[in-house]
Design a protein around this ligand. Sequence first.
Ligand code: GLN
Length: 485
Amino acid sequence: MNDLLYATLSNVSLLLQKKEVSATELTKLCLERMQATEAKLGAMLTIDDEGALAQAKVLDEQGPDPNKPLWGVPVTVKDVILTKGLTTTAGSRMLEHFVPPYDAFVVERLRQAGAVILGKANMDEFAMGSTTENSAYHAAHNPWDLNKVPGGSSGGSAVSVASGQCYASLGTDTGGSIRQPAALCGCVGMKPTYGRVSRYGVIAYGSSLDQVGPLARSVADCARVLAVIAGHDHRDATSSPLDVPDYQKALASGQLKGVRFGLPKEFYGEGLASDVASACESTLKLLLEAGARRVDVSLAHTHAAIATYYIIAMAEASSNLARYDGVRYGYRAQAITDLESLYVKSRSEGFGQEVRRRIMLGAFVLSSGYYDAYYKKAAQVRRIIRDEYLAALEHCDVLLCPVSPVTAWPLGEHANDPLKMYLMDAYTLSLNLAGLPGLSLPCAKTASGMPVGMQIIGKAFSEAQLLALGQAMETILPHIGHPSL
Ligand code: GLN
């Protein structure tokens, strides 16, 4: 049974389909693993023992179904994604007792594909953060070093995958929240093209940036989950009507010979820690040895990406979070005197510090007199950043970049310095501004034993190409193993 803990989704799926293990056995194994590790890891906000075992029982009664690509596979779901009948808090006190009356599109798809949902993964409140320390409930810990952050905001998802609690998780990525925790915890994570996956039933942070995607232990596992959740949904007006290619099939076509990897020089300069830089160098060396080619490119406005992103994300957040007013749903303050105090008290008490900061800054950049100087300017720079990406991708097949400038850092290190924390997103958030897809995969472990991830970035809707290349890279990159817990 122990080998099963760290098996890939693809492998356990084979065993499930052949009835060598039952959905119930596997679900129990994961639930026991959670029980044994949660006190240390804090990956989960809600564990649905009963519900998961009930789902597994039904599946076992029906028997394996080869048309259900996740049949019997235990997964976790970031707590910003609605699950019918299962508390969904977005990591906030505001939604502490919120039980959604419907499933998000991606959850409907998981259920149709036969997945067993074990529970809801920990996260920074409303997905605002890079460490999961902004969770209103408890921080999550990196399984490779419990004193370090797992990254965020989908930190719980990454921890649950990396620590053997489940075989895949759904996260959301507004400015790096899938790719960065995947990199810091040593798993694979993909942010799909904006519009590839429906946001219906996903609690909104920055609506023009948010995208749901998979975290898993291998590229093939990510491909399998993405195939399940991708596709058009009329309930999300930004959902793309484009056909979903066969990601599984595409994997076989991956090869590195002659592939042009573009290295944006702005991603390899000042600010990149030496251990991460040397992991990137070794990765490039391996790629070149395998016949790939290096192309030097430039994304000249990278320096403006952090400011641009935070203006747009905060503006959208301030608008999206206006709905939590204490009237319709969510936290309602006691002892209020009038409507005004109902709003003010409910929002002051229900939201945490970082969320309040962002609402205020977002309202500021949208206010008359400042709108042109901040929001409009940011929207213009965003367009330039996107154009630069598209121009760079004319000279190469994919871009190859670090994900995080440093490996996981100690819990609490930047907790009181929001600006420093925002700088940690330098390599991830411009991709969301451009709306393009990115795949983060583990490429090395540092001398101190912490995982390093790199991302490959492609044109819009090039997920099949990224997954195929990612799988080819996986075969030549060192295996980082799994944390000992
Ligand atoms: N760290 C970034 C932020 O705080 C990105 C978060 C995310 O992708 N959800 O906004």
